[in-house]
Design a binder for this molecule. Sequence first.
Ligand SMILES: Cc1cc2nc3c(=O)[nH]c(=O)nc-3n(C[C@H](O)[C@H](O)[C@H](O)COP(=O)(O)OP(=O)(O)OC[C@H]3O[C@@H](n4cnc5c(N)ncnc54)[C@H](O)[C@@H]3O)c2cc1C
Length: 510
Amino acid sequence: MTSLNNPRLTKREFLKYSTGLLSAAVLPYPYQAALANDHWDVIVIGGGTAGLPAAIFAAKRGLKVLVIEKASVIGGTLFVSTGQISGAGTVFQERKGIKDSPDQHYDDIMRINNNTSDPILTRILVDHAGPTINWLAKNGYTIFENHPVKKMAHDAFSVARYQQGPEGTTSPWGGGIAILNAIKPLVDQEINNGSITILLETSANDLIQSSDGDIKGVIVENNQGKILEYRGEKVILASGGCASNPRLYEELHGVPLYCQMAYPQSQGAGLILGQSVGGYLRGGEKYSPLYGMILSDDKIPSTPYGVARNVMERLPWEILVNSEGKRFVKEDHESVDHIEHRIGEQPAHRHWTILDQRMLDEMPNIIYDWPNKRIMDESNNHSMFKSANSIRDLAIKSGLHPMNLELTVEEYNNNLNNNRADEFGRQHRPLPLVKGPFYSIRMSGWSLCSFAGLGVNGNFEVTKASGEPIKNLYAIGEVIGFGATSGNAYVNGMGVTPALTYGKLLGERI
Ligand SMILES: Cc1cc2nc3c(=O)[nH]c(=O)nc-3n(C[C@H](O)[C@H](O)[C@H](O)COP(=O)(O)OP(=O)(O)OC[C@H]3O[C@@H](n4cnc5c(N)ncnc54)[C@H](O)[C@@H]3O)c2cc1C
């Protein structure tokens, strides 16, 4: 039972905070202090995508769970994530007569990421992702009418197993809300049962470690700067990645965080906590940029101004060049992962779209939620968009090598006009670049996730580099690294799905 021995907390106050308000309210300090007298079965650091299922399933087994959450609300990255998830054997597939299996899911993941995700964690994922999605469905999660699909913005699966919930999609990044809407009532239920207690606006700053190396609890700081200690049998790090911490991100990936759009609390706290007790980091070298971010400005990190639709969503009419004014990839390559890796080889991961007026008028929209006409309005007003009446002037305005760009366009046009094969084997060449005004859009490689994360074993125990587990310490979600689950590519759903699935599994087993 929760101790009530703090004289400043009356029984009435205790009851007030025990009756369903806990996930919505910040507890007063006396209550927080009273909770520090308890011994918890499980302490979860981070009430987000991975932490909430872990807390729910541990609580359902009768364990007493404390969730430490730095933000004022639970949900974490689900508030900003597109929430696209994938799994084999789901009720959504069944409804459409789609046949699928964990083995096919495994093969697709490994094909797309060139066998670079952790094989043990990937196997666990494919075996349990379907049941996790079915659990969400049982709790009210719904998906777009035309889903599951084989692909959206990333390389295609061989089977339609990829879906997104429709809620919150007024923002293109809002589908995570559909998942949170299914999970939140289950959290509230366990709070009402007294099985889960949540401390909001409370930051885990340190782990308590015994002299023999076992983890015994967590040291936190509340929103008034007060330090408290909570002791528990098991501690789960579920505090997300570091994609809102530019300094740490660059240190771990060797690449600047060009665009910041992760959840603000994704500061990498868990990575540092895990390392501080003997854990090790892996996976930063798997970093791969995404295609087509139009940044707001030249700051690092910058913010998104627009995002270009990649080859999975529209076949390109334009050509793509680097700062040398040279093409570097087959623009219509069937794998966007291939294109993204070539972008990763360019200086500062920059790539310029080059097109002429006729292309602009006739081709499908390049940028999400923008009519192509807007590109004309932005040209010469926004620093990422330029236009000029000749290719040479366009290159000069855009900061590209003028002679090279002229030669590149000439060669592209000549091959096309003379019915010769394209230098890069490109097939989709609807028009040459002939008549000005010509346009350029400067785009940058970018990422939403941290590839680097704590090394864990198949039981989600944080391990030392030697493989030896750190007793009582577990990690799930992006804190174990997007690279561990998605490899060196963006495989459909391999951020949210493993976070939910490993959270559920750990809660069931811990
Ligand atoms: C814009 C965007 C779109 C994305 N779209 C997709 C997608 O469509 N599909 C996909 O698979 N993946 C997607 N991802 C990735 C995926 O959403 C994340 O990898 C996943 O949600 C991370 O879950 P998590 O539980 O590790 O972290 P979170 O959900 O962020 O949870 C971590 C929690 O820990 C809390 N916390 C942090 N530090 C502390 C501390 N010191 N003490 C206490 N609490 C702390 C945070 O406040 C947060 O609530 C997207 C990511 C972004 C940013």
